[in-house]
Ligand binder design. Structure first.
Ligand code: PGA
Length: 247
């Protein structure tokens, strides 16, 4: 039985002061036994948020890390630093990082490996552009991204990964994928995991949908058989996040 996961991706929002206020606003409402609730916060918010979520069910995620263990990489943060600060999850391969910060499939693969080696659970993002969807290459493109991200991983390592399917055209646009579109891709991802690692792992692995998830569409999306929850951007900063967690 797969557990529901609802992860908020705060992106580049919330100063440390605002971050603590937001946790205070949401923490009682997101208290639930039926889902894992993760806040993926900006790096500078990690330490104050780690303190603010003490005694709650909220788990802490980061949005970026570098794959090297330490050294002369000015401005970067390692997996071990995140773990030491209380982080359990790390978003890797988000389309915004692929697009604006040149995060290639190879970099994604290195980050996934470094995260797992340090005990962080990757929330691995994949997703097609509108042009790719319209030209009918969605499934083959997603398969390429997944194959590259999982390259060289053992079954044990692969089992640590949460996959998030996020069509680029649905992110921050208010244009949500239909539950059928989201289900189709999430099922194809699960089938690919079965091909790579066997049906047992495919049945266990968590696959989320992301892209304009809100309180109005969450229930229908999360009811689909291969969608185990959501990666929520804009709505994770609002009181409606409570409704999404408790849909
Ligand atoms: P959105 O973002 O919910 O604001 O569309 C989702 C994401 O990018 O993770």
């Amino acid at each position: 039985m797969r557990r529901k996961v609802i992860a908020g991706n705060w992106k580049m929002n919330m100063t440390p002061t605002e971050a603590v206020e937001l946790v205070e606003t949401l923490k009682d409402g997101v208290k639930t036994d039926s889902a894992d609730v993760i806040f993926c916060v900006p790096a500078i918010d990690i330490v104050p948020v780690a303190k603010a979520i003490e005694g709650t069910n909220i788990k802490l995620g980061a949005q970026n890390m570098y794959y090297e263990p330490k050294g002369a990489y000015t401005g970067e943060i390692s997996a071990a630093m995140l773990v030491d600060a209380g982080v359990q999850y790390i978003v890797i391969g988000h389309s915004e990082r692929r697009q604006y910060f040149n995060e290639t499939d190879d970099i994604v693969n290195r980050k996934v490996k470094a995260a797992i080696a340090n005990g962080l659970q990757p929330i691995l993002c994949c997703g097609e552009s509108l042009q790719q969807r319209e030209s009918g290459v969605t499934i083959s493109f997603i398969e390429e991204q997944i194959n590259a991200a999982f390259a060289g991983l053992t079954k044990d390592e692969a089992s640590q990964i949460i996959i998030a399917y996020e069509p680029i055209w649905a992110i921050g646009t208010g244009k949500v994928a239909t539950s059928e579109q989201a289900q189709e891709v999430c099922k194809s991802i699960r089938d690919l995991i079965a091909t790579l690692y066997g049906r047992e792992l495919a049945d266990e692995i968590t696959i989320l949908y992301g892209g304009s998830v809100n309180a109005g569409n969450a229930a229908e999306l999360f009811a689909m058989p291969d969608i185990d929850g959501g990666l929520v951007g804009g709505a994770s900063l609002k009181p409606e996040f409570v409704q999404i967690v408790n849909y």
